[in-house]
Design a protein around this ligand. Structure first.
Ligand SMILES: [Zn+2]
Length: 253
C-alpha cells in the first residue's frame, strides 16, 4: 500500500473531487435530457402546436399592419392538423401583440385546455365551423372598416371585379346580435351550412371568414376589404359596369 505525503494526498483528493463533480454533472445532464424528452414540451404534437402558434402570431400581425382590425377586436384561430384541437387568440388581446401566453388551445369538444388563457367571445363559432366543415383549416373574424361599413348599412359587398368573384364566392349577411350569444352562433352557422359560403357579414359588427389555412385566410381578408373599398369608390364615381365573369386562361406558350 502506497502512503502519500501530505501535499500529494491533497492533490489526489482534489483530482478525485473534480472527477466526482464531473460525474455528478454528467448525471444531472442525463436526468435533464431524459425528463426533457419525456415531457410534452418536446413531443411531436407540442412541436406542431408551437409551429402553428408561430404562424398565427405572424399572420395576425400582418392583418393588424394591413388595418384589417383595430384595438383588441376580432379573433383568429387555426386547426392543428391530425389533432383534436385548435389554437385561438385569447380574449382582450390585440392582433398586433400576440404571443404564446396570449393564445388559447381549445378542443374540438369546446373545452379549453388547462393553463390556456380565456379564449375569444366567439370561440363557439370557430369550434362549430371546424366540426361542420372539415376542409376549413383557419377562421378569422375582423372589423375591417370598408367591409364593416357595407355590413353596417345592411348590404353585402358586391362582387364587381374579377378577383372578388373568384375569391368571395357566396357572401351572406346576418342581423346584429351580441357577441358570444347563441343567436349569433345560430345565424352564422346557418350561413356556413352552405359548403360554398366563405364570408359572413354581420350588421353593425364586422366579418367572419374561413380559409384552407392561415395564409389563405389572410389573402381572403385582404380581397374582402379591397373589394369593399373599390365598391365604395365606384359608388362615388357612378354605377360599376356590369360584367359576366370569365375564368383566367392559363399561360400556354
Ligand atoms: Zn367582433
Amino acid at each position: 500500500m502506497t502512503v502519500l505525503s501530505g501535499s500529494k494526498a491533497q492533490v489526489f483528493l482534489y483530482k478525485k473531487g473534480v472527477k466526482m463533480k464531473k460525474l455528478f454533472g454528467l448525471f444531472v445532464f442525463g436526468l435533464i435530457l431524459f425528463f426533457g424528452c419525456s415531457t410534452q414540451q418536446g413531443s411531436p404534437s407540442a412541436t406542431l402546436d408551437m409551429r402553428y402558434k408561430d404562424q398565427i402570431i405572424a399572420i395576425a400581425g400582418r392583418a393588424y399592419e394591413r388595418e384589417l382590425t383595430s384595438g383588441t377586436g376580432g379573433d383568429i384561430s387555426v386547426r392543428v392538423p391530425d389533432s383534436d384541437h385548435f389554437i385561438i387568440k385569447g380574449t382582450g388581446n390585440c392582433f398586433g401583440d400576440l404571443s404564446y401566453d396570449r393564445l388559447s388551445t381549445v378542443g374540438l369538444d369546446g373545452k379549453v385546455l388547462p393553463g390556456s388563457p380565456q379564449p375569444s367571445h366567439e370561440t363557439d363559432i370557430h369550434c362549430a365551423i371546424y366540426n361542420l366543415r372539415e376542409e376549413v383549416g383557419a377562421v378569422m373574424h375582423v372589423h375591417s372598416p370598408y367591409a364593416t361599413a357595407w355590413a353596417t348599412c345592411g348590404r353585402t359587398i358586391p362582387p364587381i371585379t374579377q378577383q372578388s368573384v373568384e375569391v368571395l364566392k357566396d357572401v351572406q349577411i346576418i342581423p346584429y346580435y351580441p357577441p358570444g350569444s347563441m343567436e349569433m352562433l345560430d345565424a352564422v352557422m346557418d350561413c356556413y351550412n352552405n359548403p360554398v359560403t366563405k364570408v359572413v357579414m354581420m350588421e353593425n359588427h364586422g366579418v367572419f371568414l374561413v380559409g384552407n389555412d392561415l395564409p389563405d385566410l389572410l389573402y381572403k381578408a385582404e380581397v374582402i376589404e379591397n373589394t369593399a373599398r373599390i365598391a365604395i369608390l365606384c359608388e362615388n364615381i357612378g354605377a360599376p359596369v356590369k360584367f359576366e365573369y370569365m375564368p383566367p386562361i392559363p399561360y400556354h406558350k
